[in-house]
Design a protein. Structure first.
Length: 315
């Protein structure tokens, strides 16, 4: 469905969504406040079979937003297939990929376009940064998650102008549409690790990832330890697919085994966690969080490997 049409947009904002009807209006509101004139970009949202009222919310947004806004609804196929469809349906030569919980700072689109103007080659992409909304109170776990934890690792690339595949997070990256059409996401990867897998392939083909740490999107999604445990399990399943299809990627990112001794130390830290929290032993808590999240990643990996009938050597 379509609300308006930018006759010849410079950039298409592609947003896959699943089960976040309460966040989408805020995402669109931030895009309405871009410094880039509205006639120069379009917004394409693809509902990947949400089991709630997402489609109704999209219909209302299409009627109310002044943006060149389209939405599509499909049966659930996973984030990779959804982004691939977005690339096919996009009308602009540049595609910006964000998530359905990313609030674009006013100059985000202009900053992405600036990189592509400076680097018009097909093999050059733009990477922005994602952080928590500045008006949020951030607890210890969420702070650690983005500063030493496994969510985003932008702290590792402060001050850099290019990054490697390890920092290509599809909550804030843009590529030439033709590059995405020629190098689609692996649709066997349903959720998690699909961006790292794509970036690994692109890097192997000579792509350059230009990084602008001031091209900011705010991550409007509160995370808890239990919530992130579930996320890591799913990511582990996707990691198995990526490693199976790209054996040379194994060992360069992620882990697939945990020694018994480390598991025993994690159990001990778990017993001591209430005491650590009471006395503010932040380092002990962070070590426990990391160990448990690593275990969930490996558990997801092992389950996918067993389902695939792969031998233990696939580790």
């Amino acid at each position: 469905m379509e609300r308006a049409s930018a006759s010849s947009p410079d950039i298409s904002v592609v947003i896959p969504t699943y089960g976040k009807p309460e966040t989408l209006p805020l995402v669109i509101r931030y895009l309405e406040s871009q410094t880039l004139p509205q006639q120069r970009f379009e917004v394409l949202v693809i509902d990947d079979g949400s089991p709630d009222n997402t489609s109704e919310r999209l219909r209302a947004l299409a009627e109310s937003t002044p943006l060149a806004f389209r939405y599509l609804i499909q049966a659930n196929r996973g984030v990779s297939a959804t982004r691939n469809r977005g690339a096919r349906e996009a009308r602009a030569p540049i595609v910006l990929l964000i998530q359905d919980d990313i609030l674009a700072r006013p100059d985000l689109l202009e900053r992405h376009l600036r990189i592509h103007r400076q680097h018009p080659e097909l093999s050059h992409a733009a990477v922005g940064r994602v952080t928590w909304p500045p008006d949020w109170a951030i607890d210890h776990f969420m702070s650690w998650l983005d500063n030493g934890g496994p969510q985003f690792r932008y702290h590792q690339v402060r001050g850099r102008t290019t990054v490697t595949f390890k920092h290509f997070y599809t909550c804030n990256v843009s590529l030439k549409r033709q590059a995405l059409l020629e190098n689609p996401f692996d649709e066997e990867i349903v959720y998690g690790f699909e961006d790292i897998e794509l970036a690994w392939r692109l890097q192997g083909r000579g792509f350059v990832f230009h990084y602008d740490e001031d091209a900011v999107g705010y991550h409007h999604h509160r995370r808890s330890f239990d919530d992130y445990r579930r996320r890591q399990f799913k990511a582990g399943q996707s990691m198995y697919v990526a490693f199976r299809n790209h054996p040379d990627l194994r060992g360069r990112t992620g882990i697939t085994t945990i020694p018994p001794g480390k598991r025993a130390r994690t159990r001990l830290r778990g017993l001591l966690l209430p005491i650590a929290a009471r006395f503010g032993a932040r380092r002990t808590m962070e070590k426990y969080w990391r160990a448990v999240l690593d275990e969930e990643l490996v558990r997801g990996y092992d389950q996918a490997r067993a389902r695939d009938g792969a031998p233990l050597s696939a580790r």
